[in-house]
Design a protein around this ligand. Sequence first.
Ligand SMILES: NC(=O)c1ccc[n+]([C@@H]2O[C@H](COP(=O)([O-])OP(=O)(O)OC[C@H]3O[C@@H](n4cnc5c(N)ncnc54)[C@H](OP(=O)(O)O)[C@@H]3O)[C@@H](O)[C@H]2O)c1
Length: 300
Amino acid sequence: MKQIVLVIGAKGMLGTDLMTVLRAALPNDEVVGWDIGEIDIQKEEETLTKIEKLRPSVVIHLAAYTDVDGCELDEKRAFAINAEGTKHVALAVSRCQAKMVYLSTDYVFDGNKREPYLESDSPRPLNVYGRSKLQGEQYVQAWAKEALIIRAQWLYGRYGKNFVTSILRQANEKKVLSIVDDQIGSPTYTFDLAEAISVLIQFDARGIFHVANSDLCTWYAFGQTVLRLSGMEKVRVIPISSKELGRPAARPSYSVFNCQKLKRETGLVLRPWSEAVQDYLTIQGLTAGGPENQEKQGEK
Ligand SMILES: NC(=O)c1ccc[n+]([C@@H]2O[C@H](COP(=O)([O-])OP(=O)(O)OC[C@H]3O[C@@H](n4cnc5c(N)ncnc54)[C@H](OP(=O)(O)O)[C@@H]3O)[C@@H](O)[C@H]2O)c1
């Protein structure tokens, strides 16, 4: 029987890739994408009515206030969207007896463990964004029974502003870049994450799963790799500390996931981050000698 799979946050960076992946993976289902234009999850009544009227079998909830420093400066908004908004979605899902999938973050951890985080490790967020997403997780666990919670990290993709686009923009504007070298994680391509979400849904997985591209690095090493692959290795990069960068929100210095549960339950292991970013840059025509760079050389 044809099922309705609803994606909330479908026009975001991950949501856009996920819509493509799900429509290809579930050709017999109807994949519906909503974003802020169709539903405001901060509004309880609207969220309940709209979701209940659609009667989906699966709801994948990605909508969030994802500006980590913005959350630090506007705690009320962060909790209204990431925590209360998630509660409204979870409530609607339970009324429809649908399956809930919620996207959470590595920022639920404080980074003090210094070895890859397991799903069973105790969260202790350092910033408002992490606390609001953790409260979202707790609402999902309380309201939407048998939910699937996927924690992701360090995302970049074709359909949103991200670290890679920011580094390439800055490299075109400046001769010297400063990048933080005291945070370790695994950069993750939204397309690879979207495929993992699709697989987890098809396996009917429940509980918490950590998902990230393999291998780890600092933002500094990630930035250097992006510049090298884009033929911009001449741009000088200076490693700096998070303190020197002085962002409003504290970040964990170590947020590496142990993804063995994903492997055990689905057989899936995401490729190394360096392969994924090479693919991303190639698709975007941003590798050394790619169309974007050839155009730039032609302009000189
Ligand atoms: N980006 C990362 O590095 C990262 C890491 C770990 C986990 N995650 C999680 O992964 C999910 C997807 O992240 P992303 O980077 O793809 O985020 P994104 O690009 O910011 O997409 C989120 C979408 O939600 C929409 N939205 C915001 N408030 C809403 C509301 N009240 N009602 C309905 N829609 C609303 C946004 O619209 P506007 O753009 O108009 O606000 C946007 O289209 C999020 O849950 C995030 O917390 C992200």
